[in-house]
Design a protein around this ligand. Structure first.
Ligand code: PLP
Length: 564
């Protein structure tokens, strides 16, 4: 299979000189904390923080490397009251600097624990600009021109994704979880309008549809909305690569409509957190339209795509894969091309989640829910009498009546604008390709060890999940994994799975953090479905390559270390 090209040999994973040069430029300009390029880093506190973190100390060494580190930590843990007297400006506030410097150092080249990464220099600069100006996006008068900046970013993302920028709209909100909440709520408000006043309990015959591969926010949001999760939520099965089973979706949606159940929202995922499963959207869009016509459903289910991490792939829509001007290596080029074919379908979503704070290199929090038709927000409007606080004739000009929150900070927006417009499509392509080249190189090196099974290996995202087996027990990791996937009530099955997991876990905890700070996950994979459609989780290890500072040096060190 062409997408598994990365397993072929060293050659397909080699980094071209041309790419290396381009990446070095991007890194020096946008990920270096260089005060000559970004003078904000010259501020003494920021400079001290950056100098400490640039040492890239191992997690266990950091506290003692800070002057009086353990004493400072003890001090932080004290139950001291707010000081009774003022402290004058100019007097350093050591504990503030200590807490910042010793918070998790995502710019450490070994940091690959999760879908979290260092921010880009321009994004930090932009976010600080937003903090300094401090507009409030809740309402025109409190936002001023910042409101136009929000519209501009929304149009830019609309154009990248293939939405009509004149019809689309979007809202910067509090994290990807809230973006998904908007996705659910848009569907509920359109399909079940009386729920606004009477609650969802007012309706008996509705079903929310999401994916078993979805992020946990796909469930916790439902609880927040008062949805009966046990009886009125249907989770669609996923295949080997964690994308939804379109046949299961078709059966489910047909059954719902045949029974006259309202389906407010279908929640899909493009880029699952641990395995980068990418749902197809066009077939879901076609299926929805076809069935709505067949069953004469008046309000179509709203299709929301949780693209919290996956959205970054839209920078590659329109990349010339034949000419490959960035000289991305063949292994990664094939993977990106596979992703692009799917992300070209994002435009069929009614709304989607964008986390700039993840693979967009913007500081927290910076998330945007994109909505294809701005008119959809009308269904979200709350009654004007709730907003007597604001002047009536200005109210209609903003999303004020349709947002979930009141105050909306603008630092995420300013950070996103700066990152998008300093890096440009080109800068993003280069840094994203660097990460994916690392991910593929890591997969390749793992595959060479002989006792490793790569999970969801067709998926070409930044996350690499894997299982390590004891070579004395397991000669064929693929066969052993296949055994584990075939869920069985047999005690021998459970014992063998537990023994394998325990061995890997023991390796993971005893080897210490060397090269890459990988992470342990309880659900790196899921078993096949048994006859009753039940499945179980399989634990394993993962590394996520979003960190521009991470290079082959760290990957090689990790591999050498686990080889022992
Ligand atoms: C991280 C993530 C979320 C949640 O986003 P937050 O910004 O952390 O609230 C939702 N869905 C997916 C797929 C994610 O990876």
């Amino acid at each position: 299979m062409s997408e598994l090209l990365y397993l072929k040999d060293d050659g397909v994973n080699a980094v071209s000189d041309r790419f290396q040069t381009r990446f070095a430029q991007v890194k020096a300009n946008f990920f270096s904390r260089d005060p000559d390029l970004w003078p904000v880093f010259r501020e003494p506190g920021f400079a001290a923080l950056n100098a400490f973190r640039a040492r890239a100390l191992a997690p266990a060494e950091r506290l003692s490397a800070w002057p009086d580190g353990p004493a400072r930590l003890a001090h932080l843990r004290e139950g001291a009251p707010v000081p009774a007297t003022m402290q004058m400006p100019g007097e350093p506030m050591e504990e503030l600097l200590f807490a910042a410097a010793l918070s998790k150092d995502w710019e450490n080249p070994s940091s690959v624990e999760n879908v979290i990464t260092m921010s880009a220099d321009p994004a930090i600069y932009g976010a600080q600009m937003g903090i300094l100006a401090n507009p409030n996006l809740v309402y025109s008068e409190y936002a001023g021109v910042a409101e136009e900046l929000e519209r501009k970013v929304v149009r830019q993302i609309a154009m990248l994704a293939g939405y009509d920028p004149q019809r689309a709209t979007g809202i910067f909100t509090q994290g990807g979880t809230f973006c998904n909440l908007y996705g659910y709520l848009l569907g509920i408000r359109k399909s079940l309008p009386d729920a606004k006043h009477k609650g969802l309990g007012h309706y008996q015959d509705y079903r929310i549809i999401n994916s078993q591969g979805g992020h946990y926010s796909n469930i916790t949001n439902l609880s927040l909305l008062g949805v009966d999760i046990e009886n009125k939520t249907i989770r669609i099965q996923v295949g080997e690569n964690n994308d939804i089973d379109l046949d299961d979706l078709e059966r489910t949606l047909t059954a719902c409509f045949a029974l006259k159940h309202v389906v407010p929202t279908i929640m899909l995922t493009m880029g699952t957190t641990d395995t980068f499963g990418v749902d197809r959207v066009k077939p879901v869009f076609d299926l929805r339209n076809r069935l709505c016509e067949q069953f004469e459903v008046p309000v179509k289910p709203h299709i929301h795509v949780d693209a919290a991490i996956g959205w970054s792939m839209i920078f590659f829509l329109g990349y010339d894969f034949a000419a490959n001007p960035l000289s991305i290596n063949p292994a990664t080029l094939a993977g990106i091309e596979r992703n692009v074919a799917r992300f070209a379908e994002l435009k069929y979503a009614d709304s989607f989640t964008v986390d700039f704070q993840k693979w967009g290199y913007v500081p927290y929090t910076s998330s945007l829910v994109m909505i294809r038709e701005r008119d959809d927000l009308k269904a979200m409007e709350n009654d004007p009498e709730n907003f007597s606080y604001f002047e009536r004739d200005i109210q209609g000009q903003t999303h004020l009546q349709s947002t979930i929150e009141c105050s909306r900070g603008a630092s995420g927006l300013f950070g996103a604008y700066a990152a998008l417009n300093y890096l440009g499509v080109e800068g993003y392509r280069i840094v994203l390709a660097h990460c994916l080249q690392n991910a593929n190189y890591f997969r390749y090196r793992l595959s060479q060890l002989g006792n490793v099974k790569l999970v969801a290996q067709e998926n070409q995202g930044p996350s690499v999940g894997f299982k390590l087996y004891n070579p004395e027990w397991v000669s064929d990791p693929d066969a052993e994994f296949a055994f584990e996937l075939a869920r069985s009530p047999d005690p021998a099955y459970k014992a063998r799975l537990a023994r394998n997991t325990q061995w890997h876990r023991q390796q993971f905890t005893s080897r210490g953090k060397v090269g890459l700070y990988t992470n342990w996950v309880e659900a790196v994979a899921r078993s096949e479905y048994d006859a009753r459609g039940k499945y179980s989780y399989i634990a394993g290890e993962k590394a996520v390559f979003m960190n521009p500072a991470c290079s082959r040096e760290q990957i090689d060190a990790f591999i050498a270390h686990i080889r022992g």
